[in-house]
Design a protein around this ligand. Structure first.
Ligand code: COA
Length: 190
């Protein structure tokens, strides 16, 4: 793990630019989350979206980054924010990968391209050795992205979806860094 703060950085992929989020992204995020097809797949956010809550969330991102608690990237295509990819829930050498994109940009491989860059950032810059992620059982597109990233399905659990206001089945996954030394528990031995 990196002991000192990671300086805020931009990542350029073939088609996209990823940069640390900031409070001025809140308005665009509100716009994207106003689409039920996006927000129904996000377990922790409300629908309709709450502008004040979103602003408050973005306002804390710089502090989270410097504290090593979470690293959140705005994904830009030709200077337009089309989605967010983040690693949060960091504890020890583990963290959780999340992402959401505006509907207009789905189906062009942007989520995979951006998430690949963030997975690499998580292992090589943050120094994590394991990432967790998950998706609602009725979100096969997200499952495809996770599998292409190399995530392995773990199990399926009941979880509360705030946006839907009901319980859903959540498929959980994990990804170990290629040089991770598996403990007996992770490998299912013992
Ligand atoms: C999930 C999400 C990020 C995917 O974004 P994207 O940019 O379209 O992703 P990609 O284009 O990289 O890949 C999507 C894959 O799913 C496939 N897919 C799309 N809809 C699908 C469906 N209904 N069933 C099966 N596969 C589907 C696509 O064909 C593509 O696979 P391919 O590359 O083999 O063709 C986007 O749909 C989204 O933001 N959804 C709402 C929020 C969300 O679900 N976030 C994740 C929460 S777990």
């Amino acid at each position: 793990m990196n002991a000192s703060p990671i300086p805020p950085c931009r990542i350029a992929t073939e088609r996209l630019v990823l940069r640390p989020t900031n409070v001025s992204d809140a308005e665009r995020a509100f716009e994207i989350q106003s689409d039920w097809e996006v927000t129904r797949m996000l377990r922790m956010v409300s629908f309709p979206p709450d502008g004040a809550e979103i602003s408050h969330w973005f306002a804390d991102h710089e502090r989270e980054w410097m504290a090593g608690e979470a690293y959140r990237f705005a994904v830009e295509l030709q200077d337009r924010l089309i989605g967010i990819v983040d690693v949060d829930g960091i504890s020890g050498r583990e963290g959780e990968l999340g992402y959401w994109f505006e509907r207009a940009s789905w189906g062009r491989g942007y989520a995979l391209e951006a998430a690949q860059a963030v997975v690499q950032f998580a292992f090589s810059r943050i120094g994590l050795s394991k990432l967790r992620s998950g998706h609602a059982a009725d979100n096969p597109a997200s499952g495809k992205v996770l599998r292409k990233l190399g995530f392995r399905p773990l199990d399926s659990v009941r979880a509360v979806s705030r946006s839907r206001g009901q319980e859903i089945m959540q498929q959980r996954y994990s990804l170990l860094t290629p040089n991770h030394c598996q403990t007996s528990r992770e490998s299912g031995v013992g």
